[in-house]
Design a protein around this ligand. Sequence first.
Ligand SMILES: O=C(O)CCC(=O)C(=O)O
Ligand SMILES: [Fe+2]
Length: 337
Amino acid sequence: MAESIPVIDFTPWVTDSTPESRRVTAKELVKACHETGFVYITNHGVSSEVLDQAFAWTKKFMDMPLDSKMEAKHPEGSIAFRGYSWPGLQKANQVLDGNENAVTALRVTPDFNENYNYGSDENKNELNTWPSDTTIPGFKEFCDKFYWDCWKTAQQILRALAVGLGMDDEDYLLKFHDGHSNQISLRHYMPIAAAEIETKQKERLAAHTDFGSVTMLFQDDCGGLEVECPGQPGKFIPATPIENALVMNIGDVLMRWSNDYLISTMHRVRLPPLEDRFTGEARMTRERYSIPYFVSPNRDTIVECLPKCFDENNPPKYAPLSWAEWLTMRSSTAWAK
Ligand SMILES: O=C(O)CCC(=O)C(=O)O
Ligand SMILES: [Fe+2]
């Protein structure tokens, strides 16, 4: 099984190249998602200028006093990933049966990060909570534009996956995604002394798989994201930042949709792999920012084994799944009660 994360240049897919070179790129993408579940994509279409702005806005939001961030705080009682979530409110986990006691036990080691989450204003099931435009002028305007910029790239990824899986209809997967169910998380991992992580007093982000179809992650140059090697539980490798590349991964729903052909791989955030990211005797690591864009199917989607992913020798492994139910189950354990 793969022990490194492949890098794919998306240029042939997004530019006006021949159907054959598009198909080759799509196949490469699917191979990586089959073997590793994680892949770096370069030349993905979100410009470096836009990404610089996205990180600058994230920093600007996180640098605000707590009172201002709490203007947009995660609504109490809601399980939707929306608004500002302060350190300790969320706990990433892999509890798949909704067992509250199991999550309470995990919360003894809090996830030491803060994040701001939003989606489409037209998503009436998961309502946005914005800070006011007087508090942070221009923030919402940028965030909305960035969301739809990312969606352009995500649509290309969904198309490439369909082609790479051998489907005749390039839009087969895309048809279940209208873009309004996606979510962006602006994430800030505060500086922390290495010992606090090493002695498990705190985590930065606990090991988990993502719930949805695919995730596109933009990260700064700090490092710390780790990916589990498929077939080797507990063995994680670093997803060291590559400038301007996004890190794409498959989520649970696409794994199930593809009859386990595309794999939803566990990942977590720990200490950076590079020694120069630490200072002083306490080995304080620097802060880290990351921006995942979670791509999810439309709320009413019933996930049933994709054509090309089953035959008489490889029958569908799973009963149809309601995306809304899966989302509710996986989201419900994320929040402190
Ligand atoms: O911050 C990162 O690098 C990973 C974030 C992540 O895995 C998530 O939010 O699901
Ligand atoms: Fe994740």
